[in-house]
Design a protein around this ligand. Structure first.
Ligand code: SAM
Length: 206
């Protein structure tokens, strides 16, 4: 078994039982998702892709808001995708869901796309976050938009270790890489619960 198939197996195992309680629990700490969706530019005919779409919360919200867009959601967890299928059932003619690991060098996207979102997914791509960002760069059309919201850092070792135990890397490693690879349009870092952790929002252009 190579390391990327290890990562996929860990994710599939982790979300096997988490998928059913995900939406009921994560609203309390996955901050900034709604704000980021409203920072995205919009055109009539965008093809929007979410990598690590989970239960489909972001896809459902945007599909309701943008009736002319096409959507693709990519995830490795069949249990999360089952939830996403239910969440986006009303928009099934415009939402395509794929079970595949992203960033392996073979893109599941046949044509260049307009927007790629990473919402609290990349801190769990360990290893593989750099390859996934590189893949997004290749999958976007020239002038296409990458958007990301995720954990940034924490001053507390105990919290960092607890997040590591839950497969989340909190090392301030994502934002500098996005800034290097894309032309930044939005860059924000926010503290939460006093300063228990910080999260970031990024929107960049290819
Ligand atoms: C914390 S959830 C985020 C879900 C959703 N984006 C949200 O904002 O609620 C992370 C998701 O990334 C998915 N994931 C992890 N590694 C992946 C990979 N290599 N390729 C695609 N999806 C992956 C997981 O299965 C999980 O559904």
């Amino acid at each position: 078994m190579n390391t990327s198939s290890d990562q996929v197996k860990i994710m599939q195992r982790f979300y096997r039982w988490q998928a059913g309680i995900y939406d009921a629990t994560r609203w309390a700490f996955l901050f900034g998702r709604q704000r980021l969706l409203h920072l995205l530019p919009h055109d009539e005919h965008f093809h929007f892709v979410e990598i690590g779409c989970g239960t489909g919360r972001n896809l459902r919200h945007l599909a309701g808001l943008r009736p002319t867009w096409q959507f693709t959601g990519i995830d490795v967890s069949p249990d999360m995708l089952r939830q996403a299928r239910k969440a986006t059932a009303a928009y099934s003619d415009r939402v395509n869901l794929l079970q595949i690991p992203y960033g392996t060098g073979i893109s599941p996207l046949r044509e260049p796309v307009d927007v790629i979102l990473f919402s609290y997914s990349l801190t769990m791509f360990n290893p593989g976050w750099e390859a996934a960002i590189e893949q997004a760069w290749h999958d976007l059309r020239p002038g296409g938009i990458v958007a990301a919201v995720d954990f940034h850092d924490t001053p507390y070792t105990w919290f960092r270790n607890w997040m590591t135990a839950n497969h989340v890397r909190m090392d301030r490693h994502l934002l500098p890489f996005f800034e290097k690879r894309f032309q930044p349009e939005v860059r924000q870092v926010h503290a939460t619960f006093g300063l228990l952790w910080r999260y970031f929002l990024f929107v960049g252009k290819k």
